[in-house]
Design a protein around this ligand. Structure first.
Ligand SMILES: Nc1nc2c(ncn2[C@@H]2O[C@H](COP(=O)(O)OP(=O)(O)OP(=O)(O)O)[C@@H](O)[C@H]2O)c(=O)[nH]1
Ligand SMILES: [Mg+2]
Length: 447
């Protein structure tokens, strides 16, 4: 990446649209705008309706242009936005006109955000939050991403970092001025700050992976004996025919996934092969996959056939053993004259419904939402959303634990320095060149 270049890219989505936005950033952005408009630069931050021309004077389009001189812009550099008609030919003509201007080149993925970070416009967690905001599919994801992009997570980590820098200074004062008359309790105070920060970080880490789960979406496995109506249930949840439904036991073999929005929480629901002992080679593999998915899933739905007379004697043991605290127990086919309908199974309330008619479905959706919110809704603080954050926080915690037990001011200072460094890597307050490519290359072009 060459920060000297002026970059440009389509900032809005590809494909036909009423309006598309092309964005430029860098020292040559102003000259490019003047040239495109064949006019002086417009008043900063005020929309101007104009014709856009190429170097030969051909009119490419009419649109609105915006001029954001440095430093009051997204990237902190001179930025230009061109709001043009969203047709492929229009966009291509303008991009082509830009590409032949001196000092301009197409932006790489994430390059605008990276420049904003490099110019101190946002910390790394805020940049990640922005990327999540663009990816967010549900309301809860949007809220989490927005908090992070506003810098809430970064501020939490910076606050801890500042406390630890103070603790480090206190412990180092003991080394530097050990012969002089300084109060004995400086080390005590440093230990106190370290212990308190350690406690807060440990609490933050002990979050049942809520932020990461919300970002990735919860996984839900639908499991149960063959013919219980699992695929029928999935289709109703998805509101379309994704899985084959038939009265032949062992219809579903492979795992079939659909994305759901359950009261704002993202859920990936997986229909699986019916569990039973018998079966051919392919079905056996399907059942192996079903069990594996059930073990990995954040939440489960175990489905029994309420009309199955054999089930009256004993519920399928293969299914029963998979019930845990994050399971919804469902008795399907309540529209049929049924023979069994227990109030509870393994201390779980039973949801009685019909995947065929939709009876009992509202209660199922409420139960799903309650379970998802139990898994995802945390206390009021911002949640960590990436393994990268967790990893660095664990390093920080280890350094703090050492700092507290070591006792000797010199060694303590070194451990506190490492703890401060770990937090700095999350927000990008220290040299993090090695991770920047990894983070920003995951962004889309134009972001
Ligand atoms: N009456 C009634 N029939 C249902 C209901 N749900 C499913 N069925 C029927 O039960 C049979 C099996 O449904 P599926 O959804 O294929 O069952 P499954 O659990 O996916 O079965 P496998 O894929 O073989 O494990 C089909 O004939 C469905 O039409 C229901 O709520 N009521
Ligand atoms: Mg099925």
């Amino acid at each position: 990446m060459n920060i000297e270049d002026t970059i440009f890219a389509l900032a809005s989505g590809k494909g036909r649209a009423g309006i598309s936005v092309i964005r430029l950033s860098g020292f040559a952005a102003g000259a490019a705008l003047s040239s495109l408009c064949n006019d002086d630069l417009p008043i900063p931050r005020q929309a101007k309706w104009t014709s856009l021309v190429n170097s030969k004077g051909d009119i490419l389009d009419n649109g609105i242009v915006l001029w954001f001189p440095s430093p009051a812009s997204f990237t902190g550099e001179d930025v230009v936005e061109l709001h043009v008609h969203g047709g492929n030919a229009v966009i291509n003509a303008i991009l082509k006109a830009l590409s032949v201007m001196p000092g301009l080149r197409q932006a790489e993925p994430g390059e605008f955000s990276r420049r904003a970070f490099e110019n101190g416009k946002m910390d790394l967690t805020a940049a990640e939050g922005l990327a999540d905001l663009i990816e967010a599919e549900t309301e809860a994801q949007r809220k989490q991403a927005q908090r992070q992009s506003r810098g809430e997570l970064g501020r939490l980590y910076d606050g801890w970092r500042e406390n630890l820098i103070r603790a480090q200074a206190l412990s180092e004062a003991n080394i530097d001025f050990s012969d002089e008359d300084i109060p004995d309790d400086l080390t005590d105070e440093a230990i106190y700050i370290a212990a308190q920060t350690l406690e807060e970080i440990a609490k933050h880490l002990n979050d049942a992976h809520r932020g990461e789960r919300l970002r990735a979406g919860l996984s839900l496995a639908i499991i149960g004996p063959p013919n219980a109506g699992k695929s029928c249930l999935l289709n109703r949840l998805a509101k379309r025919d994704v899985a084959i439904v038939s009265d032949i036991a062992g219809t579903t073999r492979d795992i079939i996934e659909v994305q759901l929005d359950i009261g704002g929480f993202p859920v990936t629901a997986a229909d699986t092969a019916g569990l039973r002992e018998a079966g051919d080679k392919i079905e056996t593999e399907g059942i192996r996959r079903a069990r594996e998915r059930a073990e990995d899933a954040d939440m489960k739905m175990v489905v029994f056939d309420a009309s199955d007379v054999r089930a009256a004697a004993a519920l399928d043991p293969l299914t029963l053993e998979l019930i845990d605290s994050n399971t919804l127990v469902i008795f399907n086919k309540c529209d049929e004259p049924h023979s069994i309908l227990p109030d509870q199974v393994k201390n779980h309330p039973v949801l009685v419904l019909s995947a065929k008619t939709g009876e009992g479905f509202d209660a199922l959706l409420v139960a799903m939402q309650d379970l998802a919110s139990k898994l995802l809704a945390g206390d009021s603080g911002p949640s960590l959303t990436r393994y990268r954050h967790r990893d660095a926080l664990k390093d920080c915690l280890n350094s703090l634990e050492r700092a507290i037990v070591v006792g000797e001011a010199e060694l303590m200072g070194e451990d506190l320095r490492l703890a401060v460094r770990s937090l700095g890597r999350i927000t990008g307050r220290i040299d993090v060149e090695d991770i920047l490519d990894v983070i920003f290359s995951k962004f889309c072009i134009g972001k």
